[in-house]
Design a protein around this ligand. Structure first.
Ligand SMILES: Cc1cc2nc3c(=O)[nH]c(=O)nc-3n(C[C@H](O)[C@H](O)[C@H](O)COP(=O)(O)OP(=O)(O)OC[C@H]3O[C@@H](n4cnc5c(N)ncnc54)[C@H](O)[C@@H]3O)c2cc1C
Ligand code: SF4
Length: 551
């Protein structure tokens, strides 16, 4: 069978729909700063901005009041948030200097940790690589973190609009002037129903894009403004479950090796979330070669391994979810993360250190830097690119850039497979990132050829292992069945490419029926994996998608 080149079947980004030159509608709401995305980056940005404005007001230094809005596509805050998570608390401490560690929404401190190399039946403990040390950090649920940050944002007088996905940027010349939300109440043919609500326009002096991984608006903005990066952004897909357990887990666990094939990059995690809950997940780089690789199914198989099974047996699956991670690191950062009237923060620009699997504190820190740059620009009455460029300097001179630079080639080394990559990554650690020198060139994930082949069917037992349909139920997804499809699929998709999509999507959105592709769009949990290597994702009616509580 011929190999599949995913990029050949992927539709273009619908730029004409995402970058609008229309003037804002007559009922447009005017703000000083509007933030897209209520994740750690967007909420930290909003809270820091409100703090700066309050400080200024109290010092009688010019700023009287700032109108700040945060728009979030999830029906309520945290419902689209998913992470591991082990959290480095340093950004929390900087954002809330008057609070103690006990105040933060963490589950428990990391007391012990272990890394294992797995084969199908065995787990060999290996020394913890320096990048994976988590002493002094805390396990947490990102949903809980986001809900807590949301409460702090509300206390600061910030306008939080949950259930309002942003559909497009409103621009004038080269400047971003605001945004337009997605309409709701359309039927499958995009005709208004009795519940139709028009899009809302918001105008702002500064728009901060903090829309997370594989952000659609940032992709559009960068394509429009031709903002490149040395390497393309690379992505991994993480599929995660939270379990109620009878056996307490006493350590943070990471694994390498099985069930991944030797030419795939990734690993698993299992974190304690208190005495009777664990989070476990599998993360796999989307540049794998086997077109039949299915991350959801691999996670199901993995749970039966003697390392995991004893913890899960007699327990109960509480929640399931999936999300991509930008893992290109330093060389995938955009050449600039600001423009006329716009700043980009967090995962949407790729501020994740993959060797340590950390992004939350980088997202929050970049949000705070965006707030400081935006505040200085507002005070100067100048939101031009020149005035906002200070944001890049803040990020570049901070620990964010230093950490990403130190591990700059580690993920890229795994392009040559797990064992060669592992050896190279070890040398990189020893030399503080100086080996092998220069930059390892990477193709985009969609440009990596895939080999179709037979894949062993997996039958779930509904006790420890679950089908995609049952998993989506456990994500709380209750998207209205009759909304228009938000997925843009290429034309005349060959059967083997349709088959590839069925494996990429952890939520069973794509089905191969004979030689045709069937799309069950309401199942989508917004993980964005197929946006990377297949059909494009676009925003849909507010409140659609998963309703995570524990992820
Ligand atoms: C499986 C997995 C494990 C991870 N483990 C860890 C870990 O252990 N420790 C760690 O520090 N980091 C970890 N990370 C990374 C970390 O979760 C991210 O770096 C972090 O969440 C990024 O924050 P953010 O605010 O930039 O984006 P997000 O948290 O993704 O927030 C973006 C928000 O924007 C919203 N949004 C998107 N598009 C729109 C739109 N058009 N309109 C309105 N709203 C929109 C989304 O719904 C979301 O709420 C992990 C990630 C994954 C997927
Ligand atoms: S269709 Fe939705 S759930 Fe499936 S891979 Fe794409 S974004 Fe993820």
């Amino acid at each position: 069978m011929p190999t599949i080149l995913p990029v050949l079947h992927q539709p273009q980004l619908p730029l004409e729909r995402l970058i609008l030159r229309d003037p804002p509608g007559p009922d447009a709401i005017d703000m000083d700063v509007v933030i897209v995305g209520a994740g750690p980056a967007g909420l930290a940005c909003a809270i820091e901005l409100a703090r700066l404005a309050k400080q200024d007001r109290e010092a009688d230094a010019g700023v009287s009041e700032l109108n700040i809005a945060v728009l979030e596509k999830a029906g309520s805050l945290g419902e689209h948030s998913l992470s591991g998570a082990v959290v480095n608390p340093r950004a929390f401490q900087e954002l809330f200097p008057d609070r103690t560690l006990e105040d933060f929404p963490f589950r428990q401190p990391v007391e012990a940790e272990a890394v294992y190399l797995l084969t199908e039946r065995r787990a060999q403990r290996i020394p913890t690589p320096p990048t994976m040390h988590n002493k002094g950090y805390y396990t947490a649920s990102l949903c809980e973190i986001v809900r807590w940050l949301g409460e702090r944002a509300e206390e600061s007088g910030i306008n939080l609009f949950a259930g309002f996905p942003v559909d497009a940027l409103l621009v004038q010349g080269n400047a971003v002037r605001g945004l337009r939300t997605t309409p709701s109440g359309l039927d499958r043919e995009r005709k208004p129903t009795a519940d139709f609500a028009e899009p809302t326009d918001l105008t702002a002096k500064i728009t901060v894009i903090a829309e997370g991984t594989r952000g659609l608006l940032s992709q559009a903005y960068r394509e429009w403004q031709k903002i490149g990066s040395p390497n393309p952004q690379l992505f991994a897909l993480g599929v995660k479950e939270v379990w109620q357990t009878k056996v307490p887990l006493d350590r943070v666990i990471h694994t390498l090796g099985w069930p991944l094939p030797g030419d795939a990059f990734g690993g698993s995690f299992m974190y304690p979330l208190g005495p009777d809950q664990v989070a476990l997940g599998l993360v796999v780089g989307l540049d794998y070669h086997d077109a039949g690789l299915d991350v959801h199914e691999l996670l199901q198989r993995m749970k039966l391994h003697p390392l995991f099974r004893p913890y899960l047996e007699g327990g109960q699956l509480l929640e399931w979810g999936a999300k991509t991670i930008p893992e290109g690191g330093y060389y995938s950062l955009p050449e600039r993360r600001y423009g006329e009237g716009i700043l980009l923060a967090g995962d949407t620009v790729g501020l994740v250190d993959v060797p340590s699997l950390k992004g939350i504190h980088y997202a929050m820190q970049s949000g705070m830097y965006a707030a400081r740059a935006a505040f200085a620009a507002l005070k100067a009455g100048d939101a031009s690119a020149g005035a906002l460029a200070g944001y890049d300097r803040l990020v570049d001179e901070s620990y964010i850039a230093a950490d990403l630079h130190r591990t700059r080639n580690m993920r890229l080394a795994f392009k040559d497979g797990f064992f060669i990559g592992g050896a190279k990554a070890g040398l990189m650690t020893l030399t503080g990132g100086r080996f092998p020198g220069g930059r390892i060139d990477m193709p985009s994930d969609a440009s990596v050829p895939r080999t179709p082949g037979p894949s062993a069917p997996f039958v779930s037992d509904n006790i420890l292992t679950f089908s995609k349909v049952d998993a989506v139920f456990k994500s709380g997804n209750a998207t209205r069945d009759s909304i228009p499809s938000h997925l843009l699929v290429g034309k005349d998709i060959p059967a083997e490419v349709a088959e590839f999509y069925t494996h990429v999507c952890p939520a069973g959105v794509y089905e191969r029926v004979g030689d045709d592709l069937r799309v069950n769009a309401p199942n989508c949990v917004d993980c964005k994996a197929t946006d990377v290597v297949g059909p494009r994702w676009t925003p849909r009616e507010g409140g659609s998608g998963p309703k995570y509580r524990l992820m």
